[in-house]
Design a protein around this ligand. Structure first.
Ligand SMILES: Nc1ncnc2c1ncn2[C@@H]1O[C@H](COP(=O)(O)OP(=O)(O)O)[C@@H](O)[C@H]1O
Ligand SMILES: [Mg+2]
Length: 204
C-alpha cells in the first residue's frame, strides 16, 4: 500500500484539488484507492458525499486516528492512499508526512505563497521522507512558473516537472462531485493530473 501525503500550511494552495484528482487517476489505473481527509473542514469528504460514483473511498479522520485508519485501509486491500491535510495544523501535517511514502507540497506560483512554503518544506524534512513541490494554478502566460521554480530550488526541494495550470475545469468538476478526468476527459486539466499521477507512481 502506497501512501501519499499532500501538505501545505497555506489554505487554498490546492491540497484537496490534488488529492481528489490523484485519487481518481489511481482508480483509473486499477488501484484500489482511499482518500483520508484529515482536514476538519472536510472538503474532500463533502466531495465524496456529493459524488455518484462509489470510488474512491473518502474517510474523514482526526490525525490521532491516522494509524488506525491506515491499518483498516491495509486490511481492506487498499493499494493507494492519499492523505489530504489541513492548513495551519503542523502536528497533523507532520503525522501525515511521517506516515507517507512520498510528500507532495502544492504551491501557487505567487510570491506570498512561495514565501509561505518554507514551513511545509521544514515539515517534510523533519519527517525524513522524499518530497517535491508541485506548482499549481499556474497562469497560462508569463514567466511566473520559471521564477517560482527558481525560488523553490533555493529551498533544496525538487519541483515536479509537470505544472498544474489555472483552469476552470478544476473548479467546475469538483462542484459536480467529479474530477477533471470525468468532467472534461481529453481536456488539459485531465491531462495534467494524469501526468502528475504517472510521475508520482514512478517515485513510490
Ligand atoms: N489549478 C487550479 N485551477 C483553478 N482553480 C484551482 C486550482 N487549484 C485549486 N483551485 C481552486 O482554489 C480553491 C482552493 O483549492 P483547494 O484544493 O481547496 O486548496 P486547499 O485544499 O489547499 O485549501 C478551490 O476553489 C479550488 O477549486
Ligand atoms: Mg483542502
Amino acid at each position: 500500500m502506497k501512501i501519499i501525503a499532500i501538505i501545505s500550511q497555506k489554505g487554498g494552495a490546492g491540497k484537496t484539488t490534488l488529492a481528489l484528482h490523484l485519487a481518481v487517476a489511481a482508480e483509473r489505473d486499477n488501484q484500489s484507492t482511499a482518500i483520508i481527509d484529515l482536514d476538519p473542514q472536510a472538503s474532500a469528504t463533502g466531495w465524496g458525499d456529493s459524488r455518484a460514483a462509489e470510488t474512491p473511498a473518502v474517510v474523514s479522520a482526526q490525525a490521532s486516528q491516522l494509524q488506525k485508519v491506515l491499518d483498516a485501509a491495509r486490511t481492506s486491500g487498499a493499494d493507494f492512499v492519499i492523505l489530504d491535510t489541513a492548513p495551519h495544523s503542523e502536528s497533523a501535517a507532520l503525522a501525515a508526512a511521517r506516515a507517507a511514502d512520498f510528500i507532495l507540497i502544492p504551491c501557487r506560483a505567487a510570491i506570498l505563497d512561495l514565501r509561505a512554503i518554507s514551513d511545509s518544506i521544514d515539515l517534510a524534512k523533519l519527517a525524513q521522507k522524499p518530497a517535491a513541490v508541485v506548482l499549481n494554478a499556474v497562469p497560462p502566460r508569463g514567466s511566473l512558473a520559471q521564477d517560482a521554480e527558481q525560488a523553490v530550488m533555493g529551498y533544496g526541494v525538487p519541483v515536479v516537472p509537470i505544472h498544474i495550470g489555472q483552469r476552470a475545469a478544476f473548479q467546475h468538476a469538483l462542484t459536480a462531485g467529479q474530477t477533471a478526468q470525468e468532467y472534461e476527459p481529453g481536456g488539459k486539466a485531465a491531462e495534467e493530473m494524469t501526468q502528475l499521477y504517472q510521475w508520482l507512481v514512478q517515485r513510490v
